[in-house]
Design a binder for this molecule. Structure first.
Ligand code: LMR
Length: 400
């Protein structure tokens, strides 16, 4: 009965890893998925995560019962504090409802399902370009996806004019997806002044901001610094959605830990919204898993562990920045034609190289370097040892 099922293509990001795994070359390099690697090219489990896990294992009072539909209560509270700041008036006034979800994607999906059921405007504007999964998440939840201009390939910077024009002509109430920091894939973020312009446009048109915060701590190395855009919006007292992921900043990729926070106008609305979120979650996956959220809660509520986490996070962010510099220097040393300064200007895990699909295919075929076809490379996957190989490949792709 399934004889006519067509083979689906691999995922544009996760499929890169599938192709990489099949390649027997000893020099192969996976710069596709945004996953942090050490200088030795190995995945990293943070020390502070190991410590938290040990504490959890030693606690014999812990059981494996079902969690409530909304997840670990401490985790939810601490996650809202982390992104909004513990002293946020929205938190003090109980205006925020937070539910534990399956990392960033799950948080976006639960938020989108809620909006499709309870919000009057079904159109969501996402930046062009954006993380490849956004379109699918929102479309499958029943929203209509449109794009707003974001990246200018000529300046390799933000097209603030185009962005404001597009949001200005969006229908009243439309949802707007914003990357809280470290925009994926471009690495181009608005300045604080530009964020303020965006906020004013969004509020004046009664648009609904939906933040995707997948890199808090990775852009500037500072957890508070990377939350400024979100706090600016929440500070004005209007509604806001925030999807948080702990995949990158705690290295908890496979644990699937995230949170959806919805900031409402009154505490009563927030609690009614939460009651409806439970109806969204229960038939999807019933309730979330315990382990990852318990690790996060253990770290966030212990002053020493929290401090240790900030140091490890900063070390990851700094290593990525160093890789940017090394790659830039390596291309300059080779005299690779073009201006490569965007490599050091862009922010977060990725460099949007400007390489086209043909050049990417060339680099994969000739140099066994794996990356997404839009020319995005994960700087977190590079090391001092592999920079020369990448620089050789880019040089050859540009000059061949
Ligand atoms: C990425 O963009 O590489 C990451 O966010 C991982 C993913 O799930 O796509």
């Amino acid at each position: 009965v399934f004889a006519n099922v067509a083979r689906a293509p691999e995922d544009p990001i996760l499929g890169v890893t599938v192709a990489y795994n099949k390649d027997p070359s000893p020099v192969k390099l996976n710069l596709g998925v945004g996953a942090y690697r050490t200088e030795e090219g190995k995945p990293l489990v943070l020390n502070v995560v190991r410590k938290a896990e040990q504490l959890l294992v030693n606690d014999r009072s812990r059981v494996k019962e079902y969690l409530p539909i909304v997840g670990v209560a401490d985790f939810n509270k601490l996650s809202a504090n982390l992104i909004l700041g513990a002293d946020s008036p929205a938190i003090q006034g109980n205006l925020v409802t937070t539910v534990q979800c399956l990392s960033g994607t799950g948080s976006l999906r639960v938020g989108a399902e809620f909006l499709a059921r309870h919000y009057y405007e079904r159109t969501i504007y996402i930046p062009n370009p954006t993380w490849g999964n956004h379109t699918k998440v929102f479309t499958l939840a029943g929203l209509t996806v449109k794009t707003y201009r974001y990246y200018d390939p000529v300046t390799r910077g933000l097209n603030i004019q185009g962005l404001l024009e597009d949001l200005g002509s969006a229908p009243t109430g439309a949802i707007v997806l914003l990357h809280a920091c470290a925009h994926n894939p471009t690495g181009v973020d608005p300045t604080l002044q530009q964020w303020e312009q965006i906020r004013q446009m969004i509020r004046s048109k009664s648009l609904l901001p939906f933040f995707d915060s997948a890199y808090q701590g990775f852009a500037s190395g500072s957890l508070d610094g990377d939350a400024q855009s979100v706090r600016m919006f929440v500070g004005d007292g209007s509604e806001c959605f925030i999807a948080q992921s702990y995949a990158k900043n705690m290295g908890l990729y496979g644990e699937r830990v995230g949170a959806l926070s919805i900031v409402c106008r009154t505490a009563d609305v927030a609690s009614r919204v939460e009651s409806q979120l439970k109806l969204v979650i229960r038939p999807m996956y019933s309730n979330p898993p315990i382990h990852g959220a318990s690790i996060v809660a253990t770290i966030l509520k212990d002053r020493n562990l929290y401090h240790e986490w900030t140091l490890e996070l900063k070390a990851m962010a700094d290593r990525i920045i160093t890789m940017r510099k090394h790659l830039f220097d390596a291309l300059c040393a080779r005299g690779t034609p073009g201006d490569w300064s965007h490599i050091i200007k862009q922010i977060g895990m990725f460099t949007f190289t400007g390489l086209n699909r043909k050049q990417v295919t060339f680099m994969t075929k000739e140099y066994h370097i794996y990356m997404t076809s839009d020319g995005r490379i994960s700087m977190a996957g590079l090391s001092s040892r592999t920079v020369p190989h990448l620089a050789d490949a880019i040089h050859a792709a540009i000059t061949t």
